[in-house]
Design a protein around this ligand. Structure first.
Ligand code: 2DT
Ligand code: MG
Length: 212
């Protein structure tokens, strides 16, 4: 139970293309965990509230242009600036649930012409590694049927398809790939049970570092 459990918190990331239901599932999990009395933090990347995040926001909205390498590094810096807080939360036993993380960083930049995955990973190498990544898997066709992609940069079917292809290359054993076309409550229940298992498994193991 929440009051007697000891050990570190868990670091959990949600990833997936636009319209995959990632933010919905993230919110459902946060709400559930809070209802059980657990200590939960809900982080979103990009975090548009910091000064780096504000530059990212105006880039995404198309108000400013930034060179492709430069914006990649800003997205990464926006994660690094959150690391002290993430570590502190994990140490005090908080469950940290993140809507997007470094995998978005790599997938969205490597989808651009002239970028490879290896280069894209470098700035994020050494970040705290999530204990589990929930990947909401959806075909771009199905994603489009859920409604128009939005108006922000990257929200085009052709680009999203390349992003999905890169995500495939990034998958590893600590990913839980979920069929995003299933009923959202069924998906939520599967996420819940995976999370409860992970809590037992990770309690005594230190956080790992990403891509090292
Ligand atoms: P949201 O729609 O989820 O706010 O995302 N992106 C995100 C990148 O290109 N690099 C990154 O490192 C991250 C975290 C994905 C805003 C858009 O920003 C993209 C969609
Ligand atoms: Mg978006």
């Amino acid at each position: 139970n929440a009051l007697t459990r000891r050990g570190r918190g868990l670091l959990v990331a949600f990833e997936g293309c636009d319209r995959s239901g990632k933010s919905t599932q993230c919110q459902m999990l946060v709400d559930y965990l809070k209802s059980t009395g657990r200590d939960v933090a809900h982080l979103c990347f990009p975090d548009r509230t910091t000064s780096i995040g504000k530059s990212i926001n105006s880039y995404l909205q198309g108000t400013t242009e930034l060179e492709d390498h430069a914006i990649h590094l800003l997205f990464s810096a926006n994660r690094w600036e959150a690391v002290p807080k993430i570590k502190e939360l994990i140490e005090k036993g908080t469950l940290v649930i993140m809507d997007r993380y470094a995998f978005s960083g790599v997938a969205f930049t490597a989808a651009k012409k002239g970028f490879d995955v290896k280069w894209c990973k470098n700035p994020d190498r050494g970040l705290p590694s999530p204990d589990v990544v929930f990947y909401l898997d959806i075909s771009i066709k199905d994603a489009e049927m859920r409604g128009q992609f939005g108006e922000e940069r990257y929200e085009k079917a052709e680009f999203q398809q390349r992003v999905a292809d890169i995500y495939k290359q990034l998958r590893s054993d600590d990913w839980k790939v979920l069929d995003a076309m299933r009923d959202k409550n069924d998906i939520h229940m599967e996420i819940r049970s995976t999370l409860l298992e992970m809590e037992e498994l990770c309690r005594d193991a230190p956080l790992k570092n990403l891509w090292t």
